[in-house]
Each structure stands twice: as structure tokens, then as C-alpha cells.
Design a protein around this ligand. Structure first.
Ligand code: RIB
Ligand code: CA
Length: 336
């Protein structure tokens, strides 16, 4: 079967890094490029982390640097944000505080550079020229893809599917009403929701179900490749953070959100409750960045597919299959 052409849009980031490894190594995916966006870290770091990871994996995939902030949200000086994060207990390892996403991935620095063309321009240029349809997997704030669709709505004809990590129906993380990726650029999310492409939402409802446990990390380490060890270290870091401040139903487990989107592209049955719904993004004040999912018997026009559940065992099997294909000799560095 022909590989699916994919572009990942990442704010790398621990779970973005696992997603990138899976996409690079999957026999079902041809990763044609990665676009960086700000989010988990500033744009300099998310771009550099992506370049470092491609160097470590020994692949020559171009990286296009994307936006360093939202399209419009932060122009408004009084947008509503409840600073809930500071209330969380700190995550500690070896007496040191660790965050969900390190500033730099624990990989050797690289001299590689991002391409000159900005990410949004790359989408327009590449998709217009492409003879095949391409799947987009944006797993950070949606600014680059939203902007590209705003500049050139015709590119929608070249999009196979947009698989978004973002949103939450019953579960949120940034605020009582929003998930981080959608919170950071709700206008971009709304542009995508209404663009007319097939849009699949992989929200917290699914990613908090298809979790990765410490036992799964042990299984990764037993594979022994660079990708398996590196992803185990990123997942373990996430587990410490979840246990400290964002406990899940299963103890000693982490949501590895972004990688679930890639797993879905490899095997759609990893999302087990995917419903055709009307999805709308809150754009104002309290509720800005909320994913509003119309679940009434007679809803507004269905414009997307929203995942409510995921199969954690299948997810781990898919990742293991990818990681065992890695031939890289790179090393995972000690965290600074
Ligand atoms: O809310 C989870 C999402 O926010 C993930 O994509 C994570 O990497 C961050 O971008
Ligand atoms: Ca991300």
C-alpha cells in the first residue's frame, strides 16, 4: 500500500517528539516536512528541538519555522486566562524540579537550520503544487495551518484529512474550559473547523484514555533502539508530571497526546469512539478556546469527527512497531 504523505505541525515538546519519532519510523507514513510553531516552548526552541530530533534519527526531512504567537488572541490585552498552573504541586526528579517539556530535548545540539520559507507559505506552496492529497497533523497551537487556509482557502482541495491534537469535551487542561493548543489560538482553530476538509479532533477525552504507563516505558526500553529509549525517557518525564499535578485514572501513566494523532493515521481503529459532530470554538472572554461539541439529537451541521475514547493497548503496540524499526546510533543525553 502507498505511504500516506503527512506534514506534522509541532511545538516540540515531549509528546510532539514521540509523535515525530512515530511518523518518521512508520512504514505507512511519508513525512514530507515538519512545521514548527510556538507553544510548549518559544519558537526558537521548538524549531531547534525538531531539528535536533531529525539529526538524531538520521533523516533529512525539512523543517519550516512557523509563527511565534497567535494570529490575533494576544493583541487583546485583557484576554481571560486563569493562572491555574501555578497551583499545581511541582514535579520532582532526583531533588530537581522537572517540567512536562524541557527547553531542549536531551539530544546533541545540531548545526542544521530551518528552511527559509515560513511555515504558512510552505503549506500554500507545497499543497498547491502537490499532485496527491496530503494529511496534516497539527499538534500545537493551530496558527500556521489557520493562516495558510486564510491566505489560500483553495488548498483545502489538496488536504486528505486534518488530524488535530486539541480540545476536550469533558476534560480540559489549560483552563476550566479549554485545552492548551486550542486556548492559544482559538481563531485559527475555528478557521480549520469550518474549512471544509475532513477534520478529526483528537481531544483530551481520547488522549487521557489511551495513556502510556511505566510498564509500557519498560517495554519501549526492552526494544533497545535510540527511538525506543528516547521516547521512554520523554514518557517517563511526562508520567512524573502527571502523577504530581495532573493525575489520570490509571496511576503512573501519562497522556502522550500528539503521538495518538500519528497512531490514528497509522491505524484509525486506535480511536474507539469517533463521532461525526458539529464542533465550534469559543472565541470570546470566558469560554475562549473551548471546543463546543454539539451532541444534540438534531445538531448544527456536522463539520468534524470528535474522538471520545482510545485504545491504549493498540496505541502502545503501534508505537513499539515504529520504535523497533529505528537504525539510529544516537544517544539520549542526561537532562541538564
Ligand atoms: O494539551 C496538550 C497539547 O498541548 C499537546 O499537544 C502538548 O504538546 C501541548 O502542545
Ligand atoms: Ca504539542
Amino acid at each position: 500500500m502507498a505511504k500516506r504523505k503527512v506534514i506534522l505541525d509541532v511545538d516540540t515538546g515531549s509528546d510532539d517528539a514521540v509523535a515525530l519519532c512515530a511518523a518518521v519510523l512508520s512504514p505507512d507514513i511519508e513525512l514530507v516536512a515538519a512545521c514548527s510553531v510556538w507553544g510548549n516552548q518559544p519558537i526558537e526552541n521548538t524549531t531547534d528541538n525538531t531539528l535536533r530530533l531529525f539529526e538524531a534519527l538520521g533523516v533529512d526531512i525539512p523543517v519550516y519555522r512557523g509563527c511565534d504567537t497567535a494570529m490575533t488572541k494576544y493583541l487583546c490585552k485583557n484576554y481571560v486566562e486563569l493562572d491555574a498552573w501555578r497551583l499545581r504541586p511541582k514535579a520532582m526528579r532526583g531533588g530537581k524540579e522537572i517540567s512536562m517539556h524541557s527547553a531542549h530535548l536531551p539530544l546533541a545540539p545540531t548545526n542544521r537550520k530551518a528552511e527559509d520559507m515560513p511555515a504558512a507559505c510552505f503549506y500554500v506552496d507545497y499543497l498547491r503544487k502537490s499532485k496527491e492529497k496530503v494529511t496534516l497533523i497539527p499538534v500545537g497551537p493551530l496558527t500556521n495551518v489557520g493562516l495558510a487556509l486564510r491566505i489560500a482557502p483553495d488548498i483545502v482541495d489538496k488536504i486528505e484529512e486534518i488530524v488535530i491534537m486539541g480540545g476536550g469535551s469533558k476534560i480540559t487542561n489549560h483552563d476550566p474550559w479549554s485545552e492548551s493548543n486550542i486556548f492559544h489560538d482559538p481563531e485559527a482553530a475555528q478557521i480549520i473547523a469550518e474549512c471544509g476538509a475532513r477534520v478529526v479532533w483528537v481531544p483530551l477525552d481520547a488522549t487521557h484514555r489511551a495513556v502510556i504507563t511505566l510498564d509500557d516505558c519498560k517495554r519501549f526500553r526492552d526494544i533497545g533502539t535510540f527511538a525506543a529509549n528516547f521516547c521512554a525517557s520523554q514518557c517517563e518525564q511526562r508520567i512524573i508530571n502527571h502523577d504530581a499535578g495532573q493525575p489520570l485514572d490509571i496511576p503512573h501513566a501519562a497522556a502522550v497526546h500528539d503521538a495518538l494523532c500519528v497512531a490514528y493515521v497509522i491505524d484509525p481503529t486506535v480511536l474507539t469512539d469517533l463521532r461525526h459532530c458539529h464542533v465550534e470554538i469559543g472565541l470570546d472572554g470566558y469560554g475562549s478556546g473551548q471546543t463546543i461539541v454539539d451532541q444534540r439529537a438534531y445538531p448544527l451541521e456536522r463539520n468534524g469527527w470528535f474522538a471520545f475514547d482510545g485504545d491504549r493497548f493498540k496505541f502502545v503496540d503501534i508505537l513499539c512497531d515504529c520504535f523497533q524499526r529505528d537504525k539510529s546510533t544516537a544517544q539520549v543525553l542526561e537532562e541538564a
